[in-house]
Design a protein around this ligand. Structure first.
Ligand SMILES: [Zn+2]
Length: 289
């Protein structure tokens, strides 16, 4: 599995990808996210990219010896630790420490995937802290936690932290549903804060926000076009023609054009790397102005 195969959390993967490209890999990462997120899949993709022999694209190549071994679950330089019973015990960390004292077998790095890190006993955490303070050369630790507040402040401060978002990038259909829901709220005159709150669900990260804007713009463009495109050949969403015709009477031509301009400006803002929430709220303000 490479980054490309993972849904959601594209912003985190973009950051990981930059780390790989720059080879500026730190010795410890902490990934926090709830149980609905495939944290192990994400950690393995990261580990794969770190150990890959062809890293120019910032993702694993899926064809070098290292990638193939990881896909088959038999790479010597990935160590998995997880809770036994309800917690990760001191002995597990002790065993880990003696393993990473050895050099990596295949390449120049060892990656440790520490699942359930937030279940470490205090003794285990204190022991792990020594490793984080004096990292073994070439060792990269990836800690996975549902709640990083269960880890001591000293552990947290020594890790690069990524917070994972439970939302997935919506597929096409749900993106269009999102666009319709927001346009309904606009027509009903819903409060600005309610619309903004709803929008956050559909725009958890930049790719999702772009997808949303595409759907949103196609909806408004169709509303304009439906006036004269009887053959339906110019419509983006031809199958929803009747629905669009029904909605058309709710808008003035001026308001539709204003929306299309606001959406295009929002797309430019996203491309200029402006904050997603800010961009979306700004767009809504322009539409309702
Ligand atoms: Zn590879």
């Amino acid at each position: 599995m490479s980054f490309n195969d993972i849904k959601g959390n594209k912003n985190v993967m973009e950051r990981m990808s930059r780390v790989i490209k720059s080879r500026n890999i730190s010795h410890a990462y902490l990934l926090e996210g709830d149980c609905t997120i495939d944290k192990i899949g994400l950690a393995e993709s990261f580990a794969k990219a770190i150990l890959c022999e062809n890293i120019s694209e910032g993702d694993s190549c899926e064809c070098c010896a290292s990638c193939r071994k990881i896909s088959h679950g038999n790479h010597e330089d990935i160590i998995y630790i997880k809770a036994e019973g309800n917690s990760i015990k001191d002995e597990s960390i002790e065993e880990l420490q003696s393993r990473i004292r050895n050099k990596p077998y295949a390449g120049d790095r060892t990656v440790v995937i520490l699942q359930d890190a937030d279940t470490m006993t205090l003794r285990a955490q204190n022991r792990l802290l020594k490793t984080l303070e004096e990292p073994a050369p070439g060792t990269v630790m990836i800690l996975l936690a549902e709640n990083m507040e269960s880890l001591t402040e000293t552990i947290r401060s020594r890790c690069t932290t990524y917070k994972l978002n439970p939302f997935e990038v919506p597929d096409c259909e749900s993106t269009m549903n999102g666009a319709i829901q927001i346009s309904d709220m606009l027509i009903e005159g819903a409060a600005f804060y309610k619309i903004s709150k709803k929008l956050v669900e559909f725009t958890p990260d930049r790719p999702a926000a772009r997808g949303f804007l595409d759907a949103f713009e196609s909806l408004y463009r169709d509303l304009v076009i439906s006036e004269y495109d009887i053959e339906r050949c110019l419509l983006f969403n031809a199958e929803g023609f009747e629905e669009i015709r029904k909605r058309r009477r709710l808008y003035s031509v001026g308001s539709l054009e204003k929306a299309v301009v606001a959406i295009e400006e929002a797309r430019n803002d996203l491309n200029r790397n402006l904050n997603i929430n800010y961009t979306m709220k700004n767009m809504i303000l322009k539409i309702i102005a």
